[in-house]
Design a protein around this ligand. Structure first.
Ligand code: SF4
Ligand code: SF4
Length: 463
């Protein structure tokens, strides 16, 4: 009989054989516990659940996984493969039964496609999808093994128990869906809902309440290995879907703002900001909001779970959060790239929840309205002592003066007013102006290069 103790011993022995010590594995379990919304102290409980799940399931039926790679840079697979313990081979062999993955499977070609077919036919599997689906040119924008991506997804989904969308491209089309989106990139949830509505998709397990497979959206670019593994642990081993929010994202991971857990948050509240890379303010680790940080608008537990074996994460490494978790599977054309670019510029308005806040207000003094908004959003600001000791504020930012229609603060005017004042109205227009000027300059230098110098002309004439 397999007792809890023998399960753990056998599981540890399996890990040991693969060079993973119990201590290192417990560290990894701590990361999973945090991603599952538990305390890191729950690591031993996660270890126990994994041991029981893996040993129990390998003796019975381990739910198979099909990993489809659509239009992607393979960053999510790379990200998973860099998870330290267990390494990807351990994950593949012990935690999940990965029957098909173009990048990770040792097999290839017809035998691999046959393994996928057998898995689909047998049912009871999970599909993990990396990358965007391309609908363009009647689905010919993406073909794998001579099959359209659209048909591959419908076919793999029709008998699946659940679908995990790994990374923002699978959630909302991501980079591929950025305007003008010529290949017709789309997220998996939107595609299946559309296919269901037009009658081109039927889910074999539809039960009257649900007519497409449960979808678990796990954004960020790439996906965080701890997030993916925590979800797979929930689905495959614990046998349940994680609690999901309205965007079908695990709520324990994606229901908290980056800003709320950011170590630079104190500087934000003090009005201490970085306005230029390489500045004294940057060396002091001040808040990166003016450099385009999307932390206040982005929900993910990145500051807690972190990246690269929990070493660091974007803001701690000195880069503003680019908002890559801002994927929205329900709004076509509202993908995180279009929404958040240019990455190193501020949004017109800083939003905390639904309340627009101007960061200058925070440093200079709190108005009743803003203070009330901040209290409502429980950001815990102290009202006193915020006006002294912070970075100096410019009365009017140079960028705001130049782009009044996109400014925040006193320089802000309506687009019509900016046009009437004869200023470049938007960044797009300014970029267009710059491109025209650059093209004219290039044209000029080309014609200069082809014309012989005046002196030579004169010489040639004399001869
Ligand atoms: S704006 Fe960005 S850097 Fe500043 S506190 Fe918020 S998340 Fe951190
Ligand atoms: S901190 Fe922001 S940019 Fe970095 S991974 Fe998290 S959501 Fe993406």
């Amino acid at each position: 009989m397999t007792t809890k103790e023998t399960c753990i011993d056998r599981f540890d022995a399996m890990l040991n054989e693969r060079g993973v010590t119990r201590r290192r594995f417990l560290e990894f379990c701590g990361a999973i516990a945090v991603s599952l919304g538990l305390s890191e102290a729950m690591a031993p409980a996660v270890h126990e659940a994994l041991a029981e799940g893996v040993i129990g399931k390998t003796e019975g039926n381990l739910a198979p996984v099909i990993w489809l790679e659509l239009a992607s840079c393979t960053g999510c697979t790379e990200s998973l493969a860099s998870a330290e313990t267990p390494d990807v081979a351990t994950i593949v062999l012990e935690l999940i039964s990965l029957n098909y993955a173009e990048t990770l499977s040792a097999g290839a070609g017809f035998s691999l496609e046959a393994a996928k077919e057998e898995t689909i036919e047998a049912g009871g599997y999970i599909v993990v999808i990396e990358g965007a689906l391309m609908e363009g040119w009647d689905g010919n924008a993406l073909k794998i093994a001579n099959e359209k991506g659209t048909d591959i997804v419908r076919h793999a989904a029709h008998n699946a128990v659940a679908i995990v969308c790994a990374g923002s491209c699978a959630v909302d089309g991501g980079w591929q869906a950025a305007l003008p989106n010529p290949g017709g990139a789309i997220g998996i949830q939107a595609f299946l809902e559309k296919s269901k509505a037009d009658g081109s998709f039927t889910w074999a397990l539809a039960d009257g309440k649900q007519d497409i497979p449960p979808i678990i959206n796990v954004p960020t670019c790439p996906s965080n290995p701890e997030h993916i593994i925590a979800v797979l642990v929930d689905v495959l081993l614990v046998g349940k879907l994680p609690a999901l929010n309205e965007l079908n994202m695990p709520s324990l991971i994606f229901n908290q703002y980056i800003h709320d857990n950011c170590p630079r948050r104190g500087h934000f509240e003090n009005g201490e900001f970085v306005y230029q890379f390489g500045s004294v303010e940057e060396s002091k680790g001040y808040c990166l909001y003016p450099m385009g940080c999307k932390g206040p608008q982005t929900k993910s537990n990145c500051p807690i779970v972190r990246w690269n074996r929990r070493v660091s994460w974007c803001v701690e490494a000195g880069a503003p959060c680019a908002g890559c978790a801002n994927a929205n599977p329900t709004k076509q054309g509202f993908n995180w790239v279009d929404l958040n670019t240019p990455f190193l510029k501020r949004f017109k308005n800083l939003m905390i929840g639904d309340i627009p806040i101007q960061p200058m207000t925070i440093g200079i003094g709190l108005t009743g309205l803003v203070a009330a908004a901040l209290v409502v959003h429980a950001v815990g600001m102290k009202v006193t002592g915020r006006t002294k000791g912070g970075a100096d504020f410019e009365a009017e930012r140079a960028w705001d003066t130049k782009h009044p229609a996109e400014a925040i603060g006193p320089a802000a005017v309506s687009a019509e007013q900016a046009k009437a004042n004869g200023k470049p109205q938007t960044l797009t227009e300014e970029v267009a102006e710059r491109s025209e000027a650059a093209a004219a300059e290039e044209e000029e230098s080309k014609s200069e290069a082809t014309e012989p110098p005046a002196e030579e002309n004169a010489k040639g004439g004399d001869e």
